[in-house]
Design a protein around this ligand. Sequence first.
Ligand code: ZN
Length: 344
Amino acid sequence: MDHDRNKALLLELQRAAGTGNDRCADCGEPDPEWASYKLGIFICLNCSGIHRNLPGISKVKSLRLDFWESSLIEFMKNHGNLWAKAKYEAKVPPYYYIPRACDCLVLKQQWIRAKYEREEFLATRDCQDPCSAGSREGCLWKLGKGRRQFQKRQFLLSAKEGVMKYYSKVEKIGHIHGLQITYITDGQTRNLFVYHESGKEIVDWFNAIRAARYHYLRTTFPSVPEPELIPKITRNFVKEGYMEKTGPKHKEAFKVRWFCLDSQERNLMYFKNPLDAFAQGQVYIGRRSEGYEVRGDLPQGVWVKKRKPAITLVTPMREFVFMCENDKRQKEWIDALNGVITQL
Ligand code: ZN
């Protein structure tokens, strides 16, 4: 039967070496089971949902469940993921964030629309210089001081001056495309939570901030090659979550705190609440050879009332004691902390 033969041909094409078809063209998820027969690309289930909402530029079918005419198989053969990458991703700026399968929907949506709908990265497009890309003005919803309400603020980002300012004007929040900006000011880590009604607007801000940071790194470290600068554009929280911590004497009451582990800065920060602007404290995580160690029990001689999985983080200055909700969380934190301790 033509139907079965075509399906077999299609699955063979998805696995064919050197075509890039064995990973989603948009997020890199392995073994994509869908395809856009208008663009000629193989995509995953999640990305196919985004394509389905863009009928003007894309049409999707399931590799296994839908009927495929011979002419469409021929079209897929003549195009494919590598071909599409060469065309639609010819000029992706170095600071532009390319989402992965695990990233949030709005990032993937805007990446797909930027590529195929707005055709922002075609070879014929002029590359934006990071300085102009890192300058932006507009309104965003910012989480207010009370941490309860979002307020509309005028934001100004200038890569040239290296500033981000915002001005106050109160209005109510209505929508859900959020962005967390974390930066250091006067040695303290500050979080900024902003929202916008438009997904495009929030992703454009995200990339404008990356462009500004890229511009800053380029001018500050002119001799460092680009591949080394790119990972430094955004900070990388390898693990976030609640743990309980006690004080330096290990006799103080355990208090619930929100922890963020930044592998790049080798920094474990803790906040009273996840949405707090400033960290309450931070612990530098050095290397094993410098005397740093993490253990899944309490320090010798320390006794606690609560029976919860404990973690002892040994630093040359003091031992930090944390308690986790359960064994799974304890293991995750130990693995994450060990990852930083053993990294060079
Ligand atoms: Zn995908």
